[in-house]
Design a protein around this ligand. Structure first.
Ligand code: 13P
Ligand code: ZN
Length: 309
């Protein structure tokens, strides 16, 4: 396996710290600090705003941004001279070969990201065949990428394979209303999508491809990464029962706002249901015709299959 012998080695020692090459930073670096570049500030802002919304208890949630060549160039002088060993993804992502991801650290409390980016986040380079990652910047103090790094890479790969070449941000949050919704019943994707679309006008605008839903899956597992990949082949949002939501966007605003809108729609639904004596038999949701009008007026690429479930 050549290049990836060391990745297998690390996998075999799961749980141990990555090799010490990662802490050997360049002696002389030049240019504006990583933290000051727009991409780093945008990244930190999502973490801060998500915390303010109450979506990131403890280390809940994580964030990844696929860097452009220009962004990599801006930060490259700060990269470690000796990156970490290669670590395999749970599923290969050939379309991300050679790319660099800025991602939160496993166990990081997202509210701390703006104050100490290099400790609570870092950058990983994807191997030339898309099978593994290695640390090139950040994750100070024995840190490592989020336990969902494979899920995030799979989200990006699936969106890109589906034709969304500009998909570059994956945001995972634990918003209360979307999670509460999953306690009510075992949703299928069509029913959940219809519920969110009918509850508030912005729902179909934020998630025209629909909202996928998965049952309970243990966080940080290859099964979760697989569910992300399956969902993101058709939609840019996946609700995980009793856990949270993953959204993929073109940029930080797109990913954050999709989570925000779906969470608000879920809150409206739950509030109306409580006011309706617990029943979901509402007198006045957005009618199908109303959704069609919205789709036409805003030129939305709506997946109507989600209204047939
Ligand atoms: P990490 O701390 O590994 O990012 O995990 C947080 C989380 O939300 C897992 O689903
Ligand atoms: Zn989570």
């Amino acid at each position: 396996m050549g290049l990836f012998d060391s990745a297998q080695d690390v996998l075999g020692r799961a749980g141990e710290a990555l090799d010490k090459g990662v802490v050997a930073a360049r002696g002389a670096v030049s240019g504006m600090a990583v933290e000051q570049h727009a991409v780093a500030r945008g990244f930190a802002r999502v973490c801060k705003e998500g915390w303010r919304q109450g979506w990131h208890e403890r280390n809940g949630g994580n964030l990844t941004c696929l860097l452009s060549a220009e962004q990599v160039e801006q930060c490259a002088s700060f990269f470690y001279t000796t990156p970490s060993s290669w670590v395999p993804f749970s599923q290969e992502v050939p379309c991300l070969a050679g790319r660099v991801l800025l991602t939160t650290a496993a166990g990081a409390h997202l509210r701390n990201v703006p104050d100490a980016l290099e400790e609570n986040a870092g950058m990983v380079e994807v191997s030339s065949d898309g099978s593994a990652w290695r640390i090139v910047w950040g994750f100070r103090n024995e840190g490592r990428p989020t336990s969902e790094i494979s899920a995030h890479a799979s989200c990006l790969a699936a969106r890109q394979a589906a034709g969304f070449a500009r998909a570059s941000v994956v945001y995972h949050a634990h918003p209360s209303n979307l999670i509460a919704l999953t306690l009510l019943r075992s949703w299928d994707s069509a029913r959940l999508t219809r519920t969110l679309w009918e509850s508030m006008a912005e729902g179909i605008i934020a998630a025209p491809y629909g909202v996928c839903v998965a049952g309970w899956i243990t966080p940080g597992t290859p099964e979760l990464a697989q569910a992300c990949q399956d969902a993101m082949e058709t939609a840019n949002a996946l609700v995980m029962a009793q856990h949270g939501v993953f959204c993929c966007g073109y940029d930080f605003d797109d990913a954050f706002s999709t989570v925000h809108t779906l969470e608000k729609a879920a809150g409206i639904y739950l509030t109306a249901r409580a006011a309706n004596g617990g029943s979901d038999d509402f007198e006045n949701g957005i009618p199908l015709e109303g959704l069609r009008d919205l789709a036409q007026r805003y030129n939305l690429p709506v997946n109507w299959e989600f209204l047939e479930g």
